[in-house]
Design a protein around this ligand. Structure first.
Ligand code: ITT
Ligand code: MG
Length: 197
């Protein structure tokens, strides 16, 4: 029988990119929103801490195992910003368009060859709220930030992130393609290996 697990995210893009991959690992996935669970405040100082607290919050409220992703974009010329604060870079949590505009403004005077960036994803799986041995899996993707948005797909910073692997932005990829190569896809592969799934 499949193990029921809560996907602890309020981000529909993540649900789209993670649900069927986790189903292939043998989980019956329920998004936290389907259970009426709202996202906790992300007070951690690292991706792993924030992923842990999101998973723990959902496990506590659902009584089920939980999995969470904490991710972000780290830009070399900005000393790693927006990094941990990617979702609230422009001030309001989850305002993707404002975050992209701020990123373009901050990089306005940075030349094309100095716009390297990486996406990071940290995924945490907890069996229950007080699970002392969380499974932790991380993935990264390298690329650069272009000067104007390109592509319609994806979410967040996808339309500004030119991927080294594909030569196009993540927003120009169909979901099925992004799901093969993204930082989240790489973290999920590591998770799969750790679970022996
Ligand atoms: O916390 P949850 O509810 O999972 O959803 P969230 O969108 O707030 O997610 P994070 O706290 O992990 O913040 C991640 C930020 O980085 C951005 N980001 C992460 N992965 C991305 C991806 O694959 N493509 C584009 N932007 C991404 C995203 O838009 C957010 O602004
Ligand atoms: Mg968040």
């Amino acid at each position: 029988m499949k193990q029921k697990i809560v996907l602890a995210t309020g981000n529909k893009g993540k649900v789209k990119e993670m649900s069927d991959v986790l189903a292939d690992f043998g989980f019956e996935v329920v998004a936290q929103t389907e259970l009426g669970i709202e996202s906790p405040e992300e007070t951690g100082l690292t991706f792993v801490e924030n992923a842990l607290l999101k998973a723990r919050h959902a496990a506590k409220l659902s009584g089920l195992p939980a999995i969470a992703d904490d991710s972000g974009l780290s830009v070399d010329a900005l000393n790693g910003a927006p990094g941990l604060y990617s979702a609230r870079y422009a001030g309001v949590d989850g305002d993707d368009a404002a975050n992209r505009q701020k990123l373009l403004r901050e990089l306005a005077t940075v030349s094309a060859e100095k716009r390297q960036a990486k996406f990071v994803s940290c995924i945490v799986l907890l069996q229950h709220e007080t699970d002392p041995t969380p499974v932790i899996a991380e993935g990264e993707c390298h690329g650069s930030i272009i000067f104007a948005e390109k592509g319609e797909n994806g979410f967040g910073y996808d339309s500004l992130f030119l991927s080294d692997d594909t030569g196009c932005t993540f927003a120009e990829l169909e979901t099925v393609e992004k799901k093969k190569i993204s930082h989240r896809a790489r973290a999920l592969k590591v998770l799969k290996a750790k679970l022996g799934a």
